[in-house]
Design a binder for this molecule. Structure first.
Ligand code: ADP
Length: 165
């Protein structure tokens, strides 16, 4: 059985993330989308909230499981017998960062954990969780960036009430 993990902050999950999830779930028998509990970053959504958002988005996908982890990705992969990491690439700027992490993980895991990259759907190439948060914080329109229920939750975090949501 081919199992892979798609790790990330997902703060919050965007349509770009969801596109990668859908495509990776078609490639692997089981895809575990795992929310990184990064103590260094101050997230907008708690790990539990981010997990719930992902669960809602993937409830019709039987081979997708949602989880969370802290610590090193390679330790998490080892504990769960996972040898493949999925990451998304939007632009060359992502590439440099991702290449370094992928190579580090491969060395640290002694060749046990490899990374595959799915290139972004062009429609979502500009999308990031940070820009979604920035736009939402000013009351801007994020309806093309995240599912409707995520937009509602994000505006709520900034105390913004949108009538039609
Ligand atoms: P990080 O884990 O680096 O904090 P994110 O949670 O924002 O980043 O993203 C997790 C993964 O999803 C990364 O591999 C990132 O490149 C990818 N990703 C983010 N947004 C998009 C998008 N719009 N299209 C494709 N991949 C994306």
């Amino acid at each position: 059985m081919k199992r892979a993990v798609y790790p990330g902050s997902f703060d919050p999950m965007t349509l770009g993330h969801l596109d990668i999830i859908v495509r990776a779930a078609e490639i692997f028998d089981e895809l575990i989308v795992s929310v990184l509990n990064n103590k260094v970053k101050t997230p907008l959504f708690s790990v539990e909230e981010r997990v719930k958002i992902l669960e809602e988005a993937t409830k019709g996908m039987p081979n997708v499981k949602i989880d969370s982890f802290s610590g090193l990705l390679i330790d998490y992969a080892k504990e769960n017998d996972i040898h493949v990491v999925v990451r998304g690439l939007r632009a060359i700027t992502d590439f440099e960062y991702e290449l370094q992490i992928a190579q580090t993980n491969r060395v640290l895991s002694e060749g046990q954990v490899d990374t595959i990259f799915l290139t972004t759907n062009l429609e979502y190439a500009y999308l990031s969780s940070s820009s979604v948060k920035e736009i939402a914080s000013f009351g801007g329109d994020i309806s093309k960036c995240v599912p409707e229920y995520v937009a509602k939750l994000t505006y709520e975090k900034y105390g913004i009430c949108k009538q039609n949501l």
